[in-house]
Ligand binder design. Structure first.
Ligand code: GLA
Length: 407
């Protein structure tokens, strides 16, 4: 091979590697938004449900609010064919996954699929162990856009190796496929998965409770508050391209409106994936209003890409701040208790620098911000640079007050 030819070849290889990596990063510049079947339907899914959800994503305005992934969770699988390629369950998905992907793409949405790093999924369907490249190739052939990769039945499987392997397989498939790691935080993926996945679960499954952990003999399920508490110490690991995932939303699945509002707000404050877990075909006007609050979604999707911080707790209330692009801040007062709490708001209590991640200062003693209440949509004056009680607030039980502070 002559030298010139070799250099051209090398440059070409480097260029295609770089564009592949770039495409990959672009998938998760901000946290992913979409819907997943598990919280509401568990394994009882079929193509009509998925198509109905896709139709409603469009007609309800959820797609236009940013929710684009339609993710099938466990139990879409049939058997492997004679060559080892996974097939859809023919009874519940008679037209196959490619046809479903076409249906979803025609509506400006994207299709997500689910597998597991072990021998079987959590619900006993075929896992990807030993079939990683083949499965990734099959998903790419079906035009799938997203993979949630679970961690059941993985005795003697090395977590980092298993997720790296599937990550490599997805990249080799030639199609940019979002990689959502679901390892439940058992092996602290935030420490090693930054370049492996686009997001990683930080803990056990959520269940539809605001404040009670559900304990089973061999595992637990987290309440909304458990998820928030676990995520509290992990903010330094999140950023553009790789997000902490405190699990899918339970909004619309039976919490009170106040709890739903607090749940959604805190996911936005924590720059969490916003994956809806309710049956959007039959949601109430209140649920829809929460899920489509553009001001809140903008906090989650903010391009500055910093997970919010829990500044302190005082008199039963938790004070959270999230630095935003253009020098703005989001500020949330969360009342995790079952009683309303009254507080005196004095902006001078919140002068601090986010040394851990963004290095940004609130500088309330020097800067004046305009205050927008994001649940009422109303402008509420300006912050004061003086020591004074700006307002007396009642934060209802298990609810929030959330402001955008505009420079
Ligand atoms: C695990 C995951 C859940 C869901 C189920 C499916 O429990 O953590 O999110 O995917 O498996 O069986």
């Amino acid at each position: 091979m002559n030298k010139k030819y070799a250099i051209t070849l090398l440059l070409f290889a480097l260029f295609s590697l770089a564009t592949k990596a770039q495409k990959w990063e672009e998938l998760s510049q901000t946290p992913q938004m979409g819907w997943n079947s598990w919280n509401k339907f568990q394994g009882n899914i079929d193509e009509d449900i998925i198509k109905g959800i896709a139709d409603t994503m469009v007609s309800s305005g959820l797609r236009d609010a940013g929710y684009v992934y339609i993710n099938m969770d466990d139990c879409w699988h049939g058997k492997r064919d004679a060559n080892g390629f996974i097939q859809a369950d023919p009874k519940h998905f008679p037209h196959g996954i490619k046809a479903l992907a076409d249906y979803i793409h025609a509506r400006g949405l994207k299709l997500g699929i689910y597998s597991d790093a072990g021998t079987e999924t959590c619900a006993g369907r075929p896992g990807s162990l030993g079939h990683e490249y083949q499965d990734a190739l099959q998903y790419a052939r079906w035009d799938v856009d997203y993979l949630k990769y679970d961690w059941c039945n993985t005795v003697n499987v090395n977590p980092r190796g298993a997720y790296q392997l599937m990550s490599d397989a997805l990249r080799a498939s030639g199609r940019p496929i979002f990689f959502s790691m679901c390892e439940w935080g058992d092996n602290q993926p935030w420490r090693w998965a930054r370049d492996i996945g686009n997001s990683w679960r930080i803990g056990p499954d959520i269940w539809c409770s605001f404040d009670s952990t559900r304990v089973f003999p061999t595992y637990v399920q987290y309440s909304v508050l458990d998820c928030i508490n676990k995520n509290d110490s992990l903010r330094r690991y999140a950023g553009s391209g790789h997000w902490n995932d405190p699990d899918m939303l339970e909004v619309g699945n039976g919490l009170t409106v106040n709890q739903d509002r607090a749940h959604f707000t805190m996911w936005c404050m924590m720059a969490s994936p916003l994956i809806l877990g309710n049956d959007i075909r039959h949601m109430s006007a209140e649920t829809k209003a929460i899920l489509t609050n553009r001001d809140l979604i903008a906090i989650d999707q903010d391009k500055f890409g910093v997970q919010g911080l829990h500044l302190f707790s005082r008199d039963g209330l938790d004070y959270w701040f999230k630095p935003l692009e253009n020098g703005d801040w989001a500020m949330t007062i969360l009342n995790p208790t079952r009683k309303p709490i009254v507080c005196n708001l004095n902006w001078q209590d919140f002068n601090f620098t986010d040394d851990e991640v963004s290095k940004r200062s609130t500088a309330f003693d020097k800067c004046v911000y305009k205050v927008k209440n994001l649940w009422t949509g109303r402008m509420e004056g300006k912050t004061s640079t003086k020591q004074k009680v700006d307002r007396k607030l009642t934060v209802p039980a298990q609810d929030v007050v959330v402001y955008r502070l505009l420079r």
